[in-house]
Design a protein around this ligand. Structure first.
Ligand SMILES: [Mg+2]
Length: 273
């Protein structure tokens, strides 16, 4: 990809319910801002609970060659020639330097099962569902559902048992040294990682190149909160129906006008134009 061009901003974005519509997974409403970002050579960094395999499809479709953050901050994938200085990374896969921050999927799956048995809580996770069931549950097509199941650092699950088992399970997960958060559709169990830690780490790398670069973050749900707090300008977009996630109350986070990709588009145009 060669040398990256200097930019005044870096943009970190959630995908589901933010850049892409919660139900249709379309990003059409965001196309004007996407075009502007492309024209200004602003790095657009996906930071999502999606897997590497899912994000590679979006990088291809949107012609993006920047790093991305998968599975709620589980790992940062940086194209190998992207930064022209050395930095610590865990491993190399294909043409990426990978910084792993998460815990392996098998450990997360078995920990979740153990804790559910302990408190008698019924959940259904991606690991329990076949591709057809993930399709039905998410509205993704078969190909995308298969990519969403290729999880390395985060298990997504639904809680079947009635309240207050949800709160109890969250407590148990945290007591065991793991992290628990909630996206637009699912709960997530992961290691001691979150989107914010990954955003800060990647921001540090960019600032070695561009010391004054400003960071923007956009999200819609609780799992985005650490990311929105880690950037200079954090923007919360509206959920379907027009409400904001009630668990995000910080006055430092701007409430964007518009649902999902529509809000994403408008807020970025306001800043960048
Ligand atoms: Mg989301």
């Amino acid at each position: 990809m060669g040398e990256i061009q200097a930019s005044e901003y870096i943009i970190f974005t959630d995908m589901d319910g933010t850049l892409v519509d919660h139900d249709t997974y379309s990003y059409d409403a965001a196309l004007p801002a996407l075009e502007l970002i492309n024209k200004k050579n602003i790095p657009l960094i996906f930071c999502t609970s999606k897997t590497r395999a899912e994000l590679e499809i979006y990088c291809h479709k949107l012609d993006i060659c920047h790093p991305f953050i998968s599975e709620n901050g589980g790992a940062i994938f940086i194209p190998q020639d992207y930064f022209d200085f050395p930095y610590d990374h865990t491993k190399q896969i294909d043409n990426y330097n990978v910084i792993e921050l998460g815990v392996g999927y098998e450990i997360l799956e078995s920990t979740l099962k153990e804790l559910c048995t302990k408190i008698d809580c019924q959940v259904i996770g991606f690991g329990d569902m076949n591709v057809d069931e993930v399709c039905r549950d998410t509205g993704l097509d078969r190909e995308c559902a298969a990519l969403a199941k290729q999880r390395d650092y985060d298990e997504a699950f639904r809680i079947i048992s009635p309240a207050p088992k949800d709160e109890l399970l969250e407590q148990e997960i945290r007591k065991s040294g793991f992290n628990c958060t909630k996206g637009g559709r699912y709960y997530h169990i992961m290691g001691n990682n979150d989107k914010g830690k990954a955003v800060l780490m990647l921001t540090d790398l960019y600032r070695k190149k561009w010391p004054g670069v400003k960071t923007i973050g956009l999200g819609d749900s609780l799992n985005d909160l650490p990311m929105l707090m880690a950037v200079d300008i954090g923007i919360l977009v509206q959920k379907p129906g027009g409400d904001y996630d009630p668990s995000i109350t910080s006055p430092d986070i701007k409430r964007g006008m518009g649902i999902g990709p529509k809000g994403w588009n408008q807020e970025l145009i306001n800043i960048l134009e």
